[in-house]
Design a binder for this molecule. Structure first.
Ligand code: 9B3
Ligand code: ZN
Ligand code: ZN
Ligand code: ZN
Length: 425
């Protein structure tokens, strides 16, 4: 093996060893032992300022809203803090008189309990599936249901992964379509689970459930199971709390762009930042990410048939419609409000899950560059963001045991919207 000079042979062996070690280290996911998630309700300007100053001294991972810059007086906020700082921060908050609650006492425990079983093999609709399993599933479900499902690739991610789209509906004449995407934000794991569930329900219902059969006969559903494929893969292998894409930014070690701040809808204004280290970094320009550009290009190319755009996020249990980037009222405000009300009512009817609804800017927070606002301004009237379960007990780390109920109730809302689109578009 070592036929070269001895020194260079050792050098090679060292390099090999080093590479192996680095690979071994980076293959271990980050852990969150003792990390806490606090819920605070800043009552005064001083409370907001206190949180901002804490955030400037130590990393606070904001879950709701998505960044410290989006804090508002009177609105609850959830954030994760490291074990080392949790005690001091709790004392500061408590001393300030700001109402607070410890939502999660040990984030790592919740991460370890998210799976119902440690045995992970093959695809399951009732479990979280990693990106490779989802890829294989897209191929299989299309191959097994050629008259209902077809798969195409609409683009390639920053790291070179394919971005697949499933077209679901009875094949034949061209039809109006509803576009549904999941997995914009990597850590919102229940959302790819929903997109997979939707396709399963469609396939299983066709020919047996008259209502769903009618929808599939008269509409096409474009289902994009995971848009942010690199981020999703990374959230499995390296960091369960990852949100953004994985693209490199210039002049910094901070990685990624927020795909939902990266669209041409008030781009780079409210609730987004030009700082690559922020979780709501808007990117260098709109559609700067290959993932968002792939989505934008596909929708623009199929604009004449796409009548509704549904983008699935978590968590908060909300149904949002435009606008998020401005407080101005959308042209179709009253129709979208009534449709939202109907959709959340039918959703609640199954397990009593309560959703709030309304325009994004007023209901969650003012923020720009979102895909729903962009789709609406591009001409897709029925444009919604779902924020699935829960309201913070587990947040992004919703246990697998809630997948089935979350998907079943969400189906009701999606089918309700689809029926409205069918009758009105
Ligand atoms: C944000 C924006 Cl900018 C929008 N247009 N619609 C919904 C949201 C909420 C999601 C986000 O990206 O912060 C929730 Se995770
Ligand atoms: Zn999201
Ligand atoms: Zn969310
Ligand atoms: Zn079902």
């Amino acid at each position: 093996m070592c036929s070269q000079q001895l020194i260079s042979c050792f050098a090679n062996m060292w390099t090999l060893l080093l590479i192996t070690c680095v690979a071994a280290v980076s293959a271990e996911p980050l852990t969150y032992y003792g990390d806490k998630v606090f819920r605070v309700v800043p009552q005064t300007i001083e409370h907001v300022e206190l949180l901002k100053s804490i955030a400037s001294l130590t990393k606070l991972d904001f879950w709701v809203p998505d960044s410290v810059s989006l804090l508002e007086q009177g609105k609850a906020a959830d954030f994760r803090v490291g074990y080392d700082n949790a005690f001091d921060i709790q004392a500061l908050i408590s001393h300030s008189g700001m109402p607070f609650e410890v939502m999660i006492d040990d984030v790592q425990m919740v991460i370890e309990n998210q799976f119902t079983s440690k045995v992970r093999s093959g695809h399951s609709y009732e479990k979280y599936n990693d990106i490779e399993t989802i890829y294989a599933w897209t191929a299989n479900i299309a191959a097994e249901n050629p008259e209902l499902v077809s798969r195409s690739q609409i683009g390639t991610s920053y790291e070179g992964r394919p971005i697949y789209l499933l077209k679901v509906g009875k094949t034949g004449a061209s039809k109006n379509a509803i576009f549904i995407d999941c997995g914009f934000h990597a850590r919102e794991w229940v959302t790819p689970a929903f997109c997979q569930w939707f396709v399963k329900e469609a396939v299983n219902s066709y020919g047996s459930d008259p209502q769903f059969t009618n929808l599939l006969d008269t509409l096409d559903f474009y289902v994009l199971p995971v848009l942010n494929v690199d981020g999703y893969a990374y959230s499995w292998t390296n960091d369960r709390m990852w949100r953004k894409t994985r693209s490199l930014n210039k002049n910094t070690n901070c990685i990624g762009t927020d795909p939902n701040r990266n669209f041409d809808a008030g781009w780079g204004t409210n609730g987004a930042t030009s700082s690559p280290c922020s979780e709501v970094y808007s990117g260098t320009t709109f559609e700067s990410e290959s993932e968002t550009r792939a989505l934008g290009d596909f929708i623009r190319s199929n604009l004449s048939s796409i009548k509704a755009y549904l983008t699935i996020h978590s968590y908060s249990q909300m149904l949002l419609f435009p606008y998020s980037y401005t407080n101005k009222q959308a042209k179709d405000y009253y129709e979208l409000l009534a449709l939202s009300e109907g959709a959340v009512n039918t959703l609640s009817s199954l397990y009593g899950t309560i959703y709030t609804y309304g325009p994004g800017g007023k209901t969650i927070y003012l923020s720009s560059g979102g895909s729903d606002d962009w789709a609406y301004d591009t001409g897709i009237k029925y444009s919604f963001t779902f924020e699935l379960r829960d309201t913070g007990k587990y947040g992004f780390i919703l246990p697998e045991s809630e997948i089935v109920e979350t998907c079943e109730e969400t189906m009701l809302a999606v089918k309700y919207i689809a029926n409205h689109v069918l009758n009105n578009a």
